[in-house]
Design a protein around this ligand. Structure first.
Ligand code: 15L
Length: 267
C-alpha cells in the first residue's frame, strides 16, 4: 500500500458491495484496518471479512438507506445498475438510489464517494482531450443516470454543503482487455487507493476525479485529484503491442466504446 492514510474511526458504508467493483475494493480497505458496513440488494457472495457486516437493502428504499448510513464515517456509493440500461431499469436503482444516498449523507453529515463513470462523456470522439468541466455527452441510459448522480452531488453541495467525490471510472479490470483500455484502464490497486484517498481527504468540496491509471493514451486530464492527494501508480502502456489499432466503428470512434453502438442510428 505504501501510503499513510488515517483509519476512519467509524465504519464506512459501501453500497453495491456484491458487485464487481465492490468486491474488488473490499479486501484492500479491510487490509487497511477499516471497518465496513456492506450493503447490496444481492447477497454478499464472498466470505464476510471479520471487520465487516453485511445488511441487504434495496437502494429504492429511502428509510433503509437512512438507517444504514447512521453511525458511519462516509458513504462509498458503488450500487446501481451497470449495463447500458433503459429508462425504466435505471430509474429505481440509479436515479432514485443516488438521491436516497445523498439524502442519507445530508441527514448524518457524511461525505459521499460516488462511482460515476466515463460513460457520462462517452459520445466525445477519441481525438478530443477532456477535462472534468467538459460537456456531458452520455452514451447510454447508464451514462445518463450517472450524469444525474453527478448533478445530485452538485445540488447537495451547493444547497447543503454535502461533500462528495465523483469518480469517473474508466475500465477497472485486472488488466486491459481491448485496445480502448490502453486509454481507459484503471488498475484495481489504483481504484482502491483512489477510494481510500477520497474517503480520508481533509476536505473535498464537490470534487470530480477521472478514475484512470497513468496511461499515455488517456483522453482525460484536469480534475480535482490534488484535493484528495491521489495520483495513479499503474499504467496500461506496457500492453500496447497486444491489441490491433482501432477501426472506424462507433465503438472505435467514441470514448465510450461498445456502449456507443447500442441503439446508435446515425450511421
Ligand atoms: C463502466 O462504467 C461499466 O460499469 C463497465 O462495465 C465497463 O464497461 C466500463 O465502464 C468501461 O467503459 O470500460
Amino acid at each position: 500500500m505504501n501510503d499513510d492514510l488515517p483509519i476512519p474511526s467509524l465504519p464506512v458504508l459501501i453500497t453495491g458491495a456484491s458487485g464487481k467493483l465492490g468486491r474488488d475494493l473490499i479486501p484492500s480497505l479491510i487490509a487497511r484496518g477499516w471497518r465496513l458496513r456492506l450493503t447490496d440488494i444481492a447477497p454478499f457472495p464472498d466470505p464476510l471479512p471479520a471487520n465487516a457486516e453485511f445488511i441487504a437493502a434495496d437502494l429504492n428504499d429511502r428509510e433503509a438507506m437512512l438507517r444504514l448510513a447512521q453511525g458511519c464515517a462516509c458513504i462509498v456509493h458503488f450500487g446501481g445498475l451497470v449495463e447500458y440500461g433503459t429508462f425504466e431499469t435505471v430509474l429505481g436503482p440509479n436515479l432514485r438510489g443516488v438521491h436516497h444516498v445523498f439524502e442519507a449523507a445530508l441527514a448524518h453529515g457524511l461525505r459521499v464517494v460516488y462511482a460515476s463513470s466515463n460513460h457520462v462523456i462517452g459520445f466525445h470522439e477519441r481525438e478530443t482531450v477532456l477535462d472534468k468541466d467538459c460537456t456531458y455527452r452520455p452514451d447510454s441510459y447508464y451514462g445518463l443516470s450517472k450524469v444525474f448522480g453527478e448533478m445530485v452531488a452538485r445540488f447537495f453541495w451547493d444547497r447543503n454543503g454535502v461533500e462528495s467525490v465523483s469518480l469517473r471510472i474508466g475500465s477497472c479490470f485486472p488488466e486491459p482487455k481491448q485496445e480502448r483500455m490502453l486509454a481507459t484502464w484503471l488498475s484495481r490497486e489504483d481504484m482502491a487507493r483512489l477510494v481510500a484517498h477520497s474517503v480520508t481527504a481533509a476536505s473535498t468540496g464537490c470534487a470530480v476525479v477521472w478514475g484512470v491509471s497513468n496511461n499515455r493514451a488517456s483522453w482525460w486530464q484536469g480534475d480535482d485529484r490534488a484535493r484528495i492527494g491521489w495520483a495513479p501508480r499503474d499504467s496500461a502502456d506496457a500492453y500496447q503491442s497486444q491489441f490491433p489499432p482501432p477501426g472506424d466503428s462507433p465503438a472505435d470512434r467514441f470514448q465510450g466504446g461498445g456502449f456507443c453502438e447500442i441503439g446508435y442510428t446515425r450511421g
